[in-house]
Write a protein that binds this ligand. Structure first.
Ligand SMILES: Nc1ncnc2c1ncn2[C@@H]1O[C@H](COP(=O)(O)OP(=O)(O)OP(=O)(O)O)[C@@H](O)[C@H]1O
Ligand SMILES: [Mg+2]
Length: 164
């Protein structure tokens, strides 16, 4: 089962609002796979998810440690795969182990873990289209599996951000 859609973010506030709605509707085992170039807004969205989960600690790009954990309504695992030379390293580092099933995983540069991610996930691709407004992002999402389809449908409706 799969569902997909396209949204437009007109600025960081929209992207945070999308993240916050995902955080509010996340359930144990939620996996959010973020794909996009440097500066696309992956961390802005990840911070929103943390906020929506009620995380109070500071969420930064976990660039040097691969993964940070934060405690909110559920445990948040914030992964940044940017520096991974080999996806096998991620597995060795315990990045995608069973603990994730109990919490929420938000993975930046998820395309670098291709083939190693859980099949069921909410994949979000952020792009900066060429144009006059540098704050616009197209947000293409794809939800795989029933739980993530439900999450996407609930969160994107609740976010207040209009479909593209
Ligand atoms: N619509 C938008 N959504 C998100 N961020 C935006 C938007 N418009 C402008 N920005 C700006 O773009 C930057 C996005 O930075 P962010 O750290 O989230 O990117 P990133 O995808 O995590 O990059 P990196 O790969 O370096 O970790 C921020 O400075 C943010 O203010
Ligand atoms: Mg980032």
């Amino acid at each position: 089962m799969m569902a997909s859609g396209l949204l437009t973010s007109d600025g960081p506030d929209d992207t945070s609002a999308l993240g916050r709605a995902i955080g509010r509707h996340a359930t144990p085992g939620t996996v959010v796979a973020l794909i996009g170039e440097l500066g696309a807004g992956k961390t802005v969205l990840a911070k929103g998810v943390a906020d929506g989960l009620g995380v109070r600690t500071v969420v930064n790009s976990p660039t040097f440690v691969l993964m940070n954990e934060h405690l909110g309504r559920l445990r948040l695992h914030h992964v940044d795969a940017y520096r991974l030379s080999d996806p096998a390293d991620a597995l060795a580092a315990g990045l995608l182990d069973d603990r994730l099933a109990m919490g929420v995983a938000v993975i930046e540069w998820a395309d670098r873990l291709d083939g190693w991610l859980p099949e069921e996930r909410l994949e979000i691709r952020l792009d900066t289209p060429a144009g006059l407004n540098p704050d616009v992002r197209t947000i293409a999402w794809r939800a795989i599996g029933e739980a993530h389809e439900r999450l996407a449908s609930a969160a994107f409706t609740d976010s207040g951000v209009e479909p593209a």
